[in-house]
Write a protein that binds this ligand. Structure first.
Ligand code: SF4
Length: 387
């Protein structure tokens, strides 16, 4: 088992993007400090809180080498609150940090703030660029515009951030092949070390998704690219990023050599991680658990000295084997079939042969990988794998 990662969820935003299906809310700034105070308390009292929820901590989970502060928009917080949070983590764990990421939206980035982030230990920024086309950003309800991205990146570089990741969304309302190519080109031109590309999700969890499912026209619901167009956008991204020197290491992630996200790799490699804050998820190797999603209920529970945990599940050998496939195969490096067969006492020969004959996977010795042409439809492969 590798070192532990810590994820902290900050579920606050300035406005709600039309496509957002996360548990985040727009609240007054006065709620930020009590929330971070509750997260600090959750971290320092975790032994008692976990015990009261029936969670047992395996030996060695106290060594932490990555931290990821996500959201929401954690860059909205006063930098001092973030510094306090990181200090609490350092005091409570054995820390040899390799990667400390903060999610930041372009319009929230200012020189003073950024300098304080770096002083507090943050060394990577995951930057919510999403698109470089103002019409798309506006249609999606984003606060920032293209020029905010160009203003923010030099500020980050000047403050000493040498590891920047851009998020882009394929499938935004009003997006066309040309506008998508434009966003890719401008991203590549700014040379971030890492680029994540997310496919637009249509479900009832967002205002836009609900509108689409109900056949309405609000939120530019009729201006969404087709599924075929989105698959084409994905392939265009693969080609453009590869020719610009970015290596694809996961279904949604590309990096310059040496810059794959150390924290996110833990999720796909099934290394342990502890999540703190409302809605945060954790994995110890033998259990998975999730915190209460409602931020107010989370703060109230922690203030009363109670665990703010809403579900705890054991990881059975069967579910662990499933995870090996649907998490492991997200990585382009693939999975080690010999290790899995040995570890779980299973014979996967027939299953693998069936998938190979369907052209879904490729096998190189003991390594099994998704076929490159199937990366954009990985969910279909996973369903087939788990049958
Ligand atoms: S900034 Fe991110 S988390 Fe916040 S509303 Fe927009 S998509 Fe959701």
């Amino acid at each position: 088992m590798g070192n532990c990662g810590i994820y902290v969820q900050v579920p606050f935003c300035q406005t709600k993007c039309t496509y957002c299906n996360f548990h985040t809310g727009v609240v007054s700034e006065g709620r930020f400090a009590p929330y971070i105070g509750a997260v600090q308390r959750e971290i320092s009292s975790r032994a008692a809180l976990f015990e009261s929820a029936g969670i047992s901590m395996p030996f060695g989970i106290d060594s932490v080498d990555t931290v990821y502060i996500g959201g929401g928009t954690p860059s909205l917080l006063d930098p001092q609150l973030l510094a306090n949070l990181l200090e609490t983590i350092q005091k409570n764990f054995s820390c040899a940090w390799q990667e400390v990421t903060l999610e930041a939206d372009p319009e929230t980035i200012e020189p003073d703030k950024t300098t304080q982030w770096v002083a507090g230990g943050i060394n990577r920024i995951s930057f919510g660029s999403q698109s470089f086309v103002d019409e798309e950003l506006k249609a999606a309800g984003r606060r920032h515009r293209r020029e905010d991205i160009f203003r923010a990146v030099p500020i980050l570089r000047n403050a000493g951030i040498h590891n920047i990741s851009f998020d882009l969304i394929a499938g935004l309302p009003k997006q066309t092949r040309t506008s998508w190519w434009h966003s890719l080109s401008e991203s590549i031109g700014l040379r971030p070390e890492h680029i994540s590309i997310y496919m637009m999700e249509i479900d009832e969890g967002s205002r836009l998704g609900l509108e689409v499912l109900q056949g309405g026209a609000r939120y530019n619901a009729r201006d969404l690219p087709s599924e075929e167009a989105m698959a084409d956008f994905y392939e265009l991204a693969q080609a453009e990023l590869a020719s610009a020197g970015y290596e694809q290491y996961e279904i949604s992630n590309w990096a310059l050599p040496g810059y794959a996200s150390k924290h996110n790799l833990k999720y796909w490699r099934r290394d342990p991680y502890l999540g703190f804050g409302a809605g945060a998820h954790s994995f110890s190797g033998s259990q998975r658990w999730a915190n209460l999603h409602d931020a107010a209920k989370y703060v109230a529970a922690i203030s009363e000295g109670k665990a703010a945990i809403e579900s705890v599940e054991p990881v059975t050998p069967e579910s662990a084997l499933e995870e090996e496939f649907f998490l492991g195969l997200r990585q382009l490096a693939g999975i080690d079939l010999a290790r899995i067969e040995r570890q779980y006492g299973v014979n996967l020969k027939d299953k693998v042969e069936r998938l190979k004959s369907n052209g879904m996977v490729e096998r190189y010795g003991d390594i099994l990988r998704l076929a490159p042409a199937k990366l954009s439809i990985s969910n279909e492969v996973f369903v087939e794998l788990l049958r």
